[in-house]
Design a protein around this ligand. Sequence first.
Ligand code: NDP
Ligand code: 8X3
Length: 253
Amino acid sequence: MDSKIVLITGATAGIGEACAEKFAENRYQLIITGRREEKLKKLARRLEQEYKAIALPLVFDVRNQKQVENAIRELPDNWKKIDVLVNNAGLAAGLNTVQEGQISDWEQMIDTNIKGLLYVSRAVSPAMIERKSGHIINIGSIAGKEVYPRGNVYCSTKHAVDALTKGMRLDMMKHGVRVSQVAPGAVETEFSMVRFKGDRERAEKVYDGYRPLQASDVAEAVFWVATLPDHVNVNDLLIMPTDQANATTFHKL
Ligand code: NDP
Ligand code: 8X3
C-alpha cells in the first residue's frame, strides 16, 4: 500500500516541525510548508536521514492566496492525494489592549490565523471531497476557548479557528472528510519570541516556574487524532500542561 500523505503548514518550527517528525517516524510522506526555505530544506534532509522519510518542502506565505493556490495546484501528480492536512501555521503578535494595539499586528494575526487557514483549506479540500476521504486538523488554542487580558485579537482569531472547525465539519461530513481541532495550552516553542518580537527575556518568562507542554506532546495528540479508524472523529481536543488549569491560572514553583 502507498504511504499516506500529510501536509503540515508552519513546519519550520515548534508544533509543525514536531508533527513533521512524528508523521515521518510513522512512514507518512510529508509536504512541509512555511516561509523559511532553508529551514524546510534542512528539515527535509534530517527526516530523510533519520527516518528515511520522503519530504517535499513547499515555500509559501499562507496570507498570499495566489501563492497558496499555485503551490497546491502545481504539486506533482504523485503528491496530489493529500490524506491529512494539519493547519498549524499561526502566530500571536504583541500583547496589548485594543486602545493601544498595533493595527499591523492585528492584520498579521487575522490574515495568518484565519484567512491563511481558509486559503489552505480551500485549496486542499476539493480533492479530499472528490475522493470521499481526508482529514483536516486545525491547531486551535486555549485562547480559542477563553479570552485573557490583552489577548483580544489573538484570542478572537483562535475563537474563529474553533468556529471554522465546526463549520468545516458540517460542510464536509457528508463527503467523508473528517475535521478536527487540537487546542493546546502553553507550549514552549518560538511562539513567545514571535509574540514579543525577539525580546528573549520577556519570552522566556512565559515558561518560567512551571512545566509547559513541549511541541512533541502536541504532535503526539495530532498523530493520535489522525490515525484513529475512519469512522471515529475527534471533534475537539483541549490539551494543557498539568500545571495550567485554564488560560490564566498556573501552578508555579
Ligand atoms: P512557532 O512560532 O514555533 O511556529 C509557527 C510556525 O508558523 C512557523 O513554522 C512559521 O513558519 C509558521 N508561520 C507563521 N506565519 C506564517 C505565514 N504567514 N505563512 C506560513 N507560515 C507561517 O509557534 P508554535 O509552533 O507554537 O505555533 C503553531 C500553532 O500553534 C499556531 O497556530 C499557534 O497559534 C498555535 N498554538 C501555540 C501555542 C503555544 O503556546 N506555543 C498554544 C496553542 C496554540 P515561517 O516563519 O517559516 O513561515
Ligand atoms: C497560545 C497559548 O495562552 O499564549 O495559543 O494564548 S496562549
